[in-house]
Design a protein around this ligand. Structure first.
Ligand code: ADP
Ligand code: MG
Length: 372
């Protein structure tokens, strides 16, 4: 994820009411009242995900214990969403529950793993039952859709922060990786790029409009907001690509940045046809008008897959996309020469050294970035 929504957000953290000695700012939620830590876990987080008979110890024990079938390896990935950095402090909790899990499932998709379990480290400013109920609803709807059981976690008081570790199973030694792309391989992306970044741009603009802001937020196309707030992890696609792709990555920080990682780890370069980058009608209208490709190329939060396939595998890959009803677009090919070259329709070619690709995507720790 790549967003700094508001780095100046301040949090009002009420002091803890009871319980053991704790350090200021790291308090546990009260452990005695009805709204206490264990009661909250019991009421809102326990037993709501997919039922799985490979879970030996579930929420309520010191560790979760799960079984791994012979021939499979464990794939796991953790992502953190911080209020004011990755989402607005007043964001809809149901969509937050969905998105927090979706971004971790997207990582599993990128390695071709089948999701199975998750843990949740949740830091809340206060024990808000309504917020938790909606958050849990969004999280567990998606969890059940992909057969995921929430098997444990942690609950603390502090600035709203959500960390989800998703775990899945991948055929042993068959996980997709970022390295492995070979010269001549085709570069393919799923879905359409830049919509989430466009939605965020419009939301930020709308929020600056003072009194008219809610009307302006309402006016943003729902399809765009859905791409930002309810991303769909491409799990089935990743599973199908295990036998077909030479390398894969999920696009969370922008196409150029993430493809750049894949190329670097493969020790190769890539040439992209700008015109082949798949756009929604809304994004296409913006690009046509402004001739500015920066959102589809460098905007974040797409959660699509970018992968490479030998020419010979293109047919089965396209058939997989059709079978799953996921649009796939061939946007370029792998080259021996390192770096990314962007081929524009007018014949112009931008290379990795250009100002455009110098700003590849969002990097939380890059010097001079706004939340350093
Ligand atoms: P411990 O103190 O042994 O680490 P906790 O008291 O933090 O355990 O948690 C009690 C049980 O509730 C554990 O099984 C833990 O995994 C689970 N749990 C705590 N917080 C969460 C959460 N946010 N989501 C899911 N399970 C949780
Ligand atoms: Mg313990």
């Amino acid at each position: 994820m790549n967003k700094v929504i508001d780095s100046s957000t301040e949090f009002l953290i009420s002091s803890r009411s009871s319980g053991p000695i704790s350090y200021p700012g790291t308090e546990v939620l009260s452990t005695t009242a009805d709204s206490g830590e264990f009661s909250l876990i019991q009421r809102f987080l326990t037993g709501r995900g997919a039922a799985r008979d490979d879970v030996e110890l579930d929420i309520g024990d010191d560790c979760a214990v799960t079984q791994i079938p012979a021939g499979f390896s464990l794939a796991f990935s953790i992502d953190t969403l911080v209020s004011g950095v990755h989402f607005f402090a007043d964001a809809d909790p149901q969509s937050l529950g969905h998105k927090s899990l979706a971004v971790s499932l997207s990582d599993l998709a990128a390695v071709g793993a089948k999701p199975a379990w998750a843990t949740l480290a949740l830091t809340l400013p206060s024990p808000d039952s309504c917020w938790l109920e909606c958050f849990s609803l969004g999280l567990h709807e998606l969890a059940r859709q992909f057969g995921v059981r929430l098997v444990g976690g942690d609950l603390t008081r502090g600035p709203l922060t959500i960390s989800i570790q998703a775990m899945g199973l991948v055929k042993s030694r068959r996980a997709l990786r970022r390295s492995g792309a070979e010269p001549g391989d085709l570069i393919v992306v799923s879905g359409q790029l830049g919509d989430a970044a466009l939605a965020l741009q419009r939301l930020l603009l709308a929020r600056q409009q003072g009194k008219q802001s809610s009307a302006r937020v309402e006016a943003i196309e729902p399809e765009l907001r859905e791409r930002l707030e309810w991303p769909t992890p491409r799990v089935e696609l990743g599973l199908g690509l295990v036998d077909l792709a030479t390398a894969a990555i999920d696009i969370s920080d922008g196409l150029l940045a993430d493809l750049g990682h894949l190329l670097e780890q493969s020790g190769r370069g890539g040439e992209l046809e700008i015109n082949a980058i798949p756009l929604s009608p809304a994004s296409e209208a913006v690009v046509r008008k402004t001739q500015d490709w920066s959102l589809p190329l460098s905007g974040g939060d797409d959660y699509e897959l970018c992968f490479t396939v030998p020419q010979a595998n293109l047919k089965p890959v396209l058939a997989l996309g059709m079978a799953l009803n996921i649009p796939l677009a061939v946007i370029g090919h792998i080259t021996k020469q390192n770096g990314i070259r962007l081929r524009y329709p007018n014949g112009e070619i931008l290379t990795g050294a250009s100002p455009l690709t110098g700003q590849l995507g969002y990097d939380h720790f890059r010097q001079n970035s706004s939340d350093d």
